[in-house]
Design a protein. Structure first.
Length: 86
């Protein structure tokens, strides 16, 4: 249970930071945080496939940040191309 809470908090922070680092049309602060939380889980899953363990907050933060950047990139591509109307 504690790991889930840590993933959500670190993912939210990573999503916020990834939204600031990535340029272009943004999704908004709330959606950046939500995508960051999802990115933390996706990044953790991908890191597990490569044998990388999130043993401390720094490693988890980096994994969450990279996952958030990847998901933000994908979401922005979908929204930019008009596949999803807002």
């Amino acid at each position: 249970m504690m790991n889930l809470i840590v993933f959500v908090i670190v993912g939210g922070i990573a999503g916020f930071l990834a939204g600031r680092v990535m340029t272009g049309h943004g999704l908004g602060v709330i959606w950046d945080i939500v995508v960051g939380i999802l990115g933390a889980f996706v990044g953790g899953w991908l890191a597990g496939l490569f044998g990388i363990a999130a043993t401390n907050l720094l490693v988890l933060g980096i994994i969450a940040f990279v996952g958030a950047c990847i998901l933000l990139f994908l979401f922005r591509m979908i929204f930019r191309r008009g596949m999803v109307r807002t």
